[in-house]
Design a protein around this ligand. Structure first.
Ligand SMILES: [Cu+2]
Length: 143
């Protein structure tokens, strides 16, 4: 009797596993196929400074995405004039789950690139660059 029961259990478990594998595969397919309801990986919606903007003395870098993020797996590399990397690893606490914010040190005038790489809650990694220019404040005006 016991032997018959365990023999009966095996195909059922295998059927369940096949079903689960198919569900996972279809989820991956749905997400990469670009169906509207499945576009959960992170796409940047807005930033401050904005892309291609000229700013005098930004105090903060803010990037907002269309998706909630796995923040510990997100990073931004800020590159300043002469390809100098500016360290901004400390995320500002208390930001919404779809937003990254970093306090900025004083930036020198010139072209800057914020190279972001983020992990959305769906486990997909996306990356991009926000380029902005820091301009010196009008003469006679303190920063
Ligand atoms: Cu995705």
């Amino acid at each position: 009797m016991v032997g018959a029961m365990s023999a009966d259990r095996r195909p059922r478990a295998a059927w369940w596993l096949k079903g689960a594998a198919a569900a996972v595969l279809s989820m991956i397919w749905a997400c990469s196929s670009g169906l509207p309801e499945a576009q959960a990986h992170a796409i940047i919606l807005e930033s401050s400074p904005q892309h291609a903007e000229s700013v005098t003395s930004p105090k903060k870098l803010v990037l907002r995405f269309n998706s909630r993020l796995k923040k510990p797996l997100c990073s931004v590399q800020l590159v300043g004039p002469r390809q100098r990397t500016i360290v901004i690893f400390r995320q500002e606490p208390g930001t919404p789950p779809d937003t990254l914010a970093y306090p900025l040190p004083r930036l020198e005038p010139g072209a800057h690139q914020a190279k972001w790489k983020v992990m959305a809650v769906d486990g997909h990694l996306t990356e991009g660059i926000v380029r902005f220019t820091v301009v010196a404040p009008p003469s006679g005006q303190k920063q």
